[in-house]
Write a protein that binds this ligand. Sequence first.
Ligand code: GPU
Length: 832
Amino acid sequence: MKNQAKSQLATGAVAHLPTSDDLKNSIVRHLHGTLGTDINKASRQAWWSATCAAVNEYVFDGLRNTQRTHYEQNTRAVHYFSLEYLMGRLFSNNLHNLGAYDAAKQALAELGLNIADLEDQEEDMALGNGGLGRLAACFIDSMATLNYPAIGYGIHYEHGLFKQEFSDGRQIERPDSWREYGNPWEICRPESVQEISVYGYVETTYDLQGKMKKVWHPGRIIKGIPWDIPVVGYQGSSVNVLRLWESRASGFFNWDVFNSGGYIDASRENVEAETISKVLYPNDETDAGKELRLIQQYFFCSCSLKDIIRRYKRTYGDDWSQFGAQVAIQLNDTHPAIAIPELMRILVDRAEMGWDEAWNICQHVFAYTNHTLLPEALEKWSVRLFEKVLPRHLEIIYEINRRFLVEQVDVLWPGDNEKKRKLSIIEEGHEHMVRMGHLSVVGSFRVNGVAQIHSDLVKSDLFPEMVALWPDKFTNVTNGVTPRRWLKACNPRLSKLLDETVGVDWPRDLKQLKKLAAYADDAQIQDAFMAIKHQNKADLAQTVKELTGVSIDPHAMFDIQIKRLHEYKRQHLNLLHILALYRRILQNPDYDMVPRVFLFGAKAAPGYKLAKEIIYAINKVAEKINSDKRVKNRLKVVFMPNYRVTLAEKMIPAADVSEQISTAGKEASGTGNMKLALNGAITVGTLDGANIEIAEEVGADNISIFGLTVDEVKALHAKGYHSWDYYYADPEIKAILDWLETDYFTPGKPGELGAIKRSLLEGGDPYLVLADFRSYVDAHQKVDGWYRDKAGWAKKAILNTASVGKFTSDRSIEDYVERVWKLEACPVTAKP
Ligand code: GPU
């Protein structure tokens, strides 16, 4: 008998897990019956599609069982509203979560195929910008794993985040067409289509009793088509759904135009309607303020609310009394805040409920997560735009605001107009604006930040008066990441070592990693751990060579900064450190340092000029350093093109050092910091966001902290910060900044890299790069010393992996359940 790879035993929604023979038969069957080809001529793409179809037999099985169970149990459910889901690839993720990865690998091998080649056929599902969207993806993984009845709602963008290329070191954006050839993981649900309205005007009417009624006469009706993506919990627990809406023209209005001879006008309307879900806005933490974006937000919120209500009515009909008990809606930042007035509109205008009763329901349903304090990210919509796009919602917001100011603000601070001005949902000024953060706080029963310090700052700096009004509304839920994707699937070598040392339960009980701490001094485990790191680095070196042509040595220290490009994340501080090292090497040919490879991955928002200049500068400096013989391989610099989830999965397992260097108070949490530490990288970081909690967990010996604290940053700004002082006082800073202005890195073109210097001096250095530079360099000097001691480094790396069990998204979800959602887990049993 053949030695068949067995799937791990599933105990949940999926009745039977496949053996390798099951999968092999199913793959061939789908190759014939679904793809219409056969084994002799099938392309890799066809093999991949057939394998996905085979996997889906099990996924859909779990999906049916989960939906049946939720329907029968009629439990309270959470509805996660997010404009972004950064899912990455699903093939290996679904196999791992099903416990069928090894079986599939063997099945494919017996068919003469390498599973890794098939994995590379899949496009990333990049329907998000960065941390916020990836967090949503980790959360839906955890909710399914923990058997919580949950559904994710969002937009089915035709084009996800742009693809990044470099041309002479400059970022070029190319469209991302992730589903050009279809997507095997999604199911269209025409039976659940919704229609939504925009534009038009509001008419005030009176019934026979003289009661006033508002009637919205919309200008346009748009159809929302739902696509369901199954979300497979770990080891066959629940299979939940991510429901994404695609916009289409509704037949409703256009036919009139069409029939009156306006064929072109009718199809223009179609094009406009379909534009809504065309493309993800590529801005990370900047408010685009564009009409289409507001329509995107409203489109998906309205479709989702109607979907929730349709499901509720199946059980309760017109009895709204249980709605608040059955439905929780989590707003992922303020992007879906328009759902609050939309639910009010549905209840008051459509269901003809009284205002107080409707508002009471809203206040039992919505909860809001704040993800940033950056002023440019706090969404505001002009009243003018609102009036045009959502005239009835504007009236409702005015009424919410009027009652809030009269019934809450004026009661606590009678006659205090300054307080009213500050707390009003409508900002008065040159142009009146709707403040979506204020609306979210007023309309939610709970508000949370995403790391302890961030939640504290939300209370003290962003909404202090709201805290005075509702002290119990505010809480913290520190972010987390799913260990299934960010350790088990992406780092199979380390996963195997962990299975052998701490047992196989760690992927769903990450605190188990603590057991690894007992081996931190064990020479054998140290060697095994570092051998794995070395192999991962060798793999990454191969990828770097293929993508950039640059050769890097896996014996060097791999120092990695991967995240969106932003001034507050300070990739330019990293660059200044690299320049300092390079300059020292040139000045002292024997300069003694541990050989280092600096790796970057980052996309800049297409309209963010300085961010693009920073990418250009890093690329130009990299070119020079990498070809300079005098460096003798002590330094290499690589900017990886097109950073995305799939590239992160290759870089994170290979990192020795993790750069988490935001100005204190600016990074709400960070989640890359957690992924890197989990894979044994040592953090060089500021006391910002979740770095603080990581430092608490790993201990001061196993992290290199530098820079001003939040309080010191505030004090420095209060006293007056003059970056020029640092420039004149520190000769190394001066030399580096001046160097950037010469043509040393851009021969024949002096000044090409001058933007960074200008922003740090004339621009006032808003993120205190120069203030933190010296302590940053020292933090790296310390790390250089640590790395020279092989056993000492191995111990630190092991203790990082062992100590960060807190940062699983399973723990985050349990915190949400306890502090916000109050849900019951609902285990699923398979019915054949
Ligand atoms: N974040 Br707001 C984004 O990625 N995009 C956004 O538009 C906003 C916040 C990030 C925070 O910067 C990061 O610190 C946090 O870890 C992440 O959200 C998830 O909470």
